[in-house]
Ligand binder design. Structure first.
Ligand SMILES: *[C@@H]1O[C@H](CO)[C@@H](O)[C@H](O)[C@H]1NC(C)=O
Length: 440
């Protein structure tokens, strides 16, 4: 039994190896072909992308999904050769029957000179326009589980359905989370078909930032003239050796700041071509908590106690503040959120918010621990302070009473000694002492 299982696992392994690598083909992708139709807006049509990794291999005609492909019209069936194999990435090909699917959109692509100044040098010498006269297609694909974002531009000789990927840009860090102050790496790799006449004409890389409608250039580099654009964000860098050697256009932010959160777009220009992927960065920092006053003053049952908990240095909003009371025997009681202040933004983009609790000590027994709880995207933080209530239970009443009585007796005894101090008594004592010393 175990042997059969092992055998079938092995054959599966061999099969998947062939699918991913050795046979030069990988499963078909289901995509939406999206185009602008005059008067109709965006039109979505079902389409299929058959993929192979070299021109002399067969692509698998069977779609990786069992869903019917009969409603795909023949002119929306594409055959793409991708020598970089990025279209074969496992995250684009879920197991058969999987409900979650990669997102794939195809668009007609129109080659044109870039409209940004750092890519202008790419098209200053006229390039063979005959090469551009073809059917160009771009694909934007998002893999499963945020493992991959891929954008490719493929060319098909006019009126053929066989196209070749010319430019591919991908990121394996679709979503990045960072603590404040840490170094951040946003992955972006590009690949250019070495057999394309466009491959020898240089490239340009541009990282743009977008957040809530605000956009700016983080860094732009003209790879042809080896020049960086002036508009460069402080602390942002590329690894130029790796960029020229292997198309590694990853963006490095030396120190994550709260206002770095947002979407970063890695755009790679070839002459007349452009492909881009986006990476989302979240700078997440949980708050530091402080309770005041600390330590808390001793409380008498029924006495109202005002306590404040301040959460600072956190990002982004929101934050949930609440209070708990943990009695000496370990039982926890929720005390609500107290009265919350509004949040204040500090110079570094982090936030501060506080909660004031008016504590009624009558229901808290002899005391325990007062806990301020802050729930945040970056984690839950707790701060504790000891709370002591001086009890008036029957037991302690008796003890206090006894202490008072004892105190009274001692006071009385002292007073007596002080008033009726008989002088001879000392003398007698001294004589006795002397006698005792003589005995030795
Ligand atoms: C790209 O360059 C960065 C910075 O040097 C490096 O950390 C990263 O590992 C490189 N990525 C690849 C895939 O080589």
């Amino acid at each position: 039994m175990a042997n059969i299982a092992a055998m079938s696992q092995l054959s599966l392994l061999v099969l998947s190896c062939c699918v991913q690598g050795c046979g030069g083909s990988c499963p078909t992708l289901e995509c939406w072909f999206v185009r602008e139709k005059p008067g109709e807006g965006l039109k979505h049509e079902r389409s299929l992308l058959h993929i192979r990794t070299s021109t002399n291999s067969q692509s698998e005609e069977k779609p990786s999904f069992s869903s019917s492909s009969s409603d795909v019209t023949p002119d929306r069936v594409y055959h793409v050769t991708d020598s970089s194999s990025s279209l074969c990435h496992p995250s684009l090909h879920p197991p058969q029957g999987s409900l979650i699917k990669p997102q794939c959109e195809l668009h007609p692509f129109l080659p044109q000179p870039a409209d940004v100044q750092w890519a202008a040098s790419l098209t200053d010498s006229a390039l063979s326009p005959t090469h551009l006269q073809a059917d160009w297609l771009s694909a934007a694909i998002l893999g499963l589980n945020g493992e991959l974002a891929l954008s490719t531009v493929a060319r098909a000789a006019t009126a053929t359905s066989q196209s070749n990927v010319v430019l591919s840009v991908l990121s394996k860090t679709v979503s990045v989370r960072s603590r404040l102050g840490d170094a951040v790496l946003m992955d972006c790799q590009f690949w250019v078909d070495p057999s394309s006449p466009l491959s020898a004409s240089g490239f340009a890389v541009e990282w743009r930032y977008q957040f809530r409608g605000e956009g700016r250039v983080v860094l732009a580099y003209d790879g042809k003239t080896d020049r960086l654009a002036d508009a460069q964000q402080e602390g942002a860098a590329l690894d130029f050796a790796s960029l020229h050697a292997s198309g590694n256009a990853s963006l490095i932010l030396q120190e994550a700041k709260a206002h770095h959160s947002g979407t970063y777009i890695c755009a790679v220009h070839l002459p007349y071509l452009l492909a881009q992927v986006s990476v989302k960065l979240e700078v997440v920092e949980p708050p530091s908590l402080s309770i005041s006053p600390s330590p808390l003053p001793l409380a008498v049952p029924g006495q109202a106690l005002s306590v404040q908990c301040e959460a600072s240095g956190f990002a982004p909003l929101p934050l949930e503040l609440s209070w708990e009371f943990r009695s000496a025997d370990g039982a926890t009681k929720a005390l609500g959120e107290g009265s919350l202040s509004g949040h204040r933004e500090a110079w570094d983009g982090t936030y501060t918010q506080s909660s004031r609790l008016e504590l009624d000590t009558s229901a808290l027994g002899r005391g325990g621990e007062l806990v301020c709880v802050a729930r945040h995207d970056g984690g839950t933080r707790r701060s504790r302070v000891a709370l002591e209530v001086i009890g008036f239970s029957t037991n302690s009443m008796a003890m206090v009473g006894m202490a008072l009585v004892l105190y009274g007796i001692i006071q009385l005894a002292f007073w007596n000694i002080a008033v009726f101090k008989p002088k001879p008594c000392y003398r007698i004592l001294n004589v006795h002492k002397m006698a005792a010393q003589q005995h030795y």
